[in-house]
Write a protein that binds this ligand. Structure first.
Ligand code: PMV
Length: 325
């Protein structure tokens, strides 16, 4: 009743922004991401006959009550699916630099879903694991697969048709995704809270919903055609639209900081100088920059020269969940 799984992070090129069901983590729109080769979480789950509660270790140390509760709530879903009442010990090692601005929730819940499902004897096919990971954190459902992944929002109220599918594996197309980490970060509005406020109060949310599917179709077309400029262009536009919805929320909020804008402007200048580079931004100030492998050096050099840039990590499309035992 023990298993270890390794799961990667992913970055959305067409964002998931807004839920239609908070409890089941059902999204208002379909989204598309690329799974990254560099940052991941390794999680071991062991269900024990004589345990009286769930115990959670994070990066080698006993986790806080709050973090343990989150893991326990997720394991409750696993237990109810398996018809079991056994508690578990969970060890999770995060290989995601906290500064890198990746929510560790995607790799974290994908690894937890896979390891707990295997340990307790649940099905292990991708669509099942993706639906399960979704219950922990929406974006985690995409981390089950490698390469380019679409999370189909689904139509049903019970969520059985809301899961991710792979559209192209990690060997199908390679380019560089730079994770640009900024200095001086403020505490952010968590994605869950930010989405909810946007859905409930932003008049721009309907505008988001009206166009996100067209963006998604364009992105899928670009991936089929391996058209980097087409993909970068639609990813950048889509990210800007997502962030625009937060300005219309009540109270309004904005994830950007001065450094975010500095990077965005430099990326646009790079394009004017003939280097195809594009940005995308999640629920935080850091920026991810897409460029061709042959331009990586030049782009890193330009971005490193900005005063607000602290660190740059270079990533590529990578594989999905794997079982280590
Ligand atoms: O699943 P969460 O709660 O980590 O939300 C992810 C939200 C964004 O990162 C902003 C977009 C996305 O699709 O990953």
């Amino acid at each position: 009743m023990k298993s270890t799984a390794k799961a990667p992070t992913n970055i959305a090129l067409i964002k998931y922004w807004g839920k239609r069901d908070e409890e089941l983590m059902l999204p208002a729109n379909s989204s598309l991401s690329v799974t990254l080769d560099r940052f991941f979480t390794v999680t071991t789950v062991e269900f024990l006959e004589d345990a009286t509660k769930d115990v959670f270790y994070f990066n080698g140390e006993r986790a806080s009550e709050t973090e343990t509760k989150k893991v326990s709530r997720f394991l409750d879903i696993v237990r109810s699916l398996a018809g079991s009442s056994l508690y578990a010990t969970v060890h999770s090692q995060n290989h995601v630099p906290t500064a890198a601005g990746f929510a560790s929730s995607a790799s974290g819940y994908a690894a937890l879903a896979a390891a707990s499902a295997k340990a307790i004897g649940l099905p292990l096919e991708g669509s099942f694991l993706s639906r399960l990971a979704r219950r922990g954190s929406g974006s985690a459902c995409r981390s089950i697969y490698g390469g380019f992944v679409e999370w189909k929002k689904g139509e049903l109220n019970n969520g059985s048709d809301s899961f991710a599918v792979q559209i192209l594996d990690e060997k199908g197309w390679d380019f560089t995704i730079l994770s640009v980490v900024l200095e001086n970060k403020r505490k952010k509005v968590l994605s869950r809270e930010g989405m909810q406020r946007t859905v409930e109060t932003s008049p721009f949310f309907q505008g988001w919903l009206n166009t996100v599917n067209t963006d998604l179709q364009l992105a899928k077309e670009a991936i089929r055609e391996r058209d980097f400029e087409k993909l970068g262009t639609v990813a950048e536009k889509n990210a800007l639209k997502m962030h625009a919805t937060t300005l219309g929320a009540d109270p309004p909020f904005l994830y950007w900081q001065p450094g975010t804008l500095e990077v965005m402007e430099r990326v646009q200048e790079l394009r004017l100088s003939g280097i195809p580079a594009f940005f995308t931004i999640d629920a935080g100030p850091n920026v991810k920059v897409l460029c061709l492998n042959e331009d990586e050096e030049a782009v890193v050099k330009e971005l490193s020269a900005l005063s607000s840039v602290k660190e740059i990590f270079s990533c590529h499309p990578g594989p999905g969940v794997t079982f280590l035992d």
